[in-house]
Design a protein around this ligand. Structure first.
Ligand code: UN1
Length: 511
């Protein structure tokens, strides 16, 4: 543990990041005319300033402006639209460290993880550039002579994105890069805890848009709390709402969008597990487990929360995890060597403590961590030691996602039992097995009920080239790679008759 930085150090870091990304210093000034939102750093627990927020009226105006921008953008050829994401990706590359500084200050991520997040944005921009020439449909043989049958893809309209604090910009970019090449406009309601990173990312996008001659207001940001998100969710002009966050949020947003027959793409809670088999390369499994469970202070939706270890190796393996945890440096992510930064706020800390209490009441034994550190120095910040808890079986507490670094451990005796434990939670985002046996790996890949299933890799740290998302309460959405682009477009089936006759399908006779 190291000493925490002063408020001034954090402010300086933020100012450097904001100004390099082209965000005006006025962004952190109160507005007399509108509502205001405090910006805060979890590193110090102190306010960084106040951001002028949208009102429901100004939010509706931004949606209207985006709708107008869409009308022009839809007619731009897709490969030309690709130039916008290409330029955005270049600007993100040039400002990678600066945008990462804002992410570090606002979300508490280490510089390496914050830079990794920006790299995900650059990656998806490159992916989307390629995709802009591949918005393809199939052609099918028609049953009628002189007819052609084909599928075509068209822009949806305005896409609304709701993003969470923990990946304040990357998840937005997965949606936005694809939506933009698809020909959509994008309205973004970022997390209240990460508005400044959002402004940084948007400023670079606005610059790219101006440089390539894209319409103004193609990608406005809505600043505010739930009431502002609600404006977007209810607005019939928003054709798709793509929302990342808690299951509770998804339960609220989903039905509202469905009731107006809008489209919804949900990326909600995960409760990810890894199975460690006796044949696993223990050293590799250990590193995979520790990064997935304690990295980002347990605040990824892909964080490893449940470890299912074969009984023959469990004691030994858990001892190794505990020993590795003791070497993790906890503190300000601005300090070299720190691997575990702060929790986002007091609410997260309270949730962690209450989950640990519940785990103990359900027979769990805390093997290490769980306690608060650096509280004397920074009473308003919340640093914790990542916890490892041995459980007597998969009890109730293990079925909830607690967004904090708690790793529950249970044992199994045969793989089918492990798979049963694995799938017996309401969420289904990410999963992993550590094994050297092909048969175990194949059985796991066939039976894991998650959207992501990995072998000899932890549950977190997915690449953008594969579709990202999960099943059950995770919401069913898929973002970023493979054919996720289709979520941002509507499909049409076209039948073209060049026969000069009018034969009806299915041999029907009429007139
Ligand atoms: C999230 O936590 O919402 O797979 C996204 C990962 C990252 C993305 C996480 N590439 O851990």
């Amino acid at each position: 543990m190291t000493a925490l930085p002063t408020d001034q150090t954090i402010t300086d870091l933020l100012t450097e990041g904001l100004s390099a990304c082209g965000v005006s210093a006025d962004a952190l000034k109160e507005s007399a005319a509108s509502a205001n939102l405090p910006a805060r750093s979890p590193i110090t627990g102190q306010d960084l300033g106040t951001i002028a927020a949208d009102t429901p009226d100004s939010a509706a105006d931004k949606i209207a402006a985006a709708q107008q921008a869409f009308e022009a953008w839809r007619d731009v050829p897709a490969p030309v639209r690709g130039q916008l994401v290409q330029r955005w990706g270049q600007l993100l590359g040039e400002h990678k460290e600066e945008l990462a500084k804002i992410i570090t200050v606002e979300a508490g991520k280490t510089p390496s993880e914050a830079a990794g997040e920006v790299q995900e944005m650059i990656d998806i921009c490159e992916f989307a550039l390629g995709q802009s020439r591949q918005l393809w449909g199939k052609t099918m043989p028609s049953e009628r002579p002189g007819h052609r049958l084909m599928e075509t893809w068209h822009p949806l309209g305005v896409v609304g994105v709701i993003s969470a604090f923990n990946f304040p910009v990357a998840v937005y970019s997965w949606n936005t890069a694809l939506a933009l090449v698809a020909g959509d406009a994008v309205v973004w309601k970022p997390s209240e805890n990460a508005v400044l990173a959002a402004l940084g990312a948007q400023s670079l996008l606005a610059r790219a848009a101006a440089e390539v001659g894209a319409p103004e207001n193609l990608a406005p940001v809505l600043i505010g709390g739930r009431d502002i998100g609600d404006v977007m969710v209810r607005d019939g002009r928003v054709a798709l709402v793509s929302a990342t966050g808690s299951v509770r949020m998804g339960r609220e947003v989903g039905p509202v969008v469905a009731a107006r027959f809008g489209r919804i793409l949900l990326e909600l809670g995960g409760n990810n597990a890894a199975i460690v088999t006796p044949s696993a390369d223990i050293d590799l499994a250990l590193r995979g487990v520790v990064f997935a469970a304690a990295g980002t202070a347990g605040q990824r939706c892909t964080t490893l929360r449940r470890l299912i270890v074969h009984e023959s190796i469990a004691d030994d393996f858990v001892d190794k995890v505990v020993a590795a945890y003791r070497t993790l440096s906890i503190g300000s992510p601005t300090d070299d060597g720190v691997l575990v930064g702060p929790l986002i706020n007091e609410g997260s800390y309270e949730a962690m403590q209450s989950a640990l209490k519940q785990a103990e009441s359900e027979g769990g034994k805390v093997r290490c961590g769980g306690g608060r550190v650096l509280a004397d120095e920074r009473p308003d910040a919340h640093y914790v030691e990542p916890a490892v808890v041995r459980m007597p079986g998969q009890t109730a507490v293990m079925k909830d996602e607690t967004f904090a670094p708690i790793l529950y451990v249970v044992t199994y005796s045969d793989l089918d039992e492990a798979l049963e434990i694995h799938n017996d939670v309401p969420q289904g985002l990410s999963s992993a097995i550590f094994t050297s046996e092909l048969a175990e790996s194949e059985r796991f890949l066939a039976r894991s009920d998650c959207g992501i299933a990995n072998v000899n890799i932890g549950t977190s740290g997915a690449e953008i080239g594969g579709a990202f998302g999960g099943e059950k309460e995770t919401g069913g959405g898929r973002e970023s790679g493979t054919d996720s682009w289709k979520a941002y477009m509507r499909q049409a089936t076209n039948t073209i008759n060049y026969s000069g006759e009018l034969p009806l399908a299915q041999g029907v006779e009429f007139l």
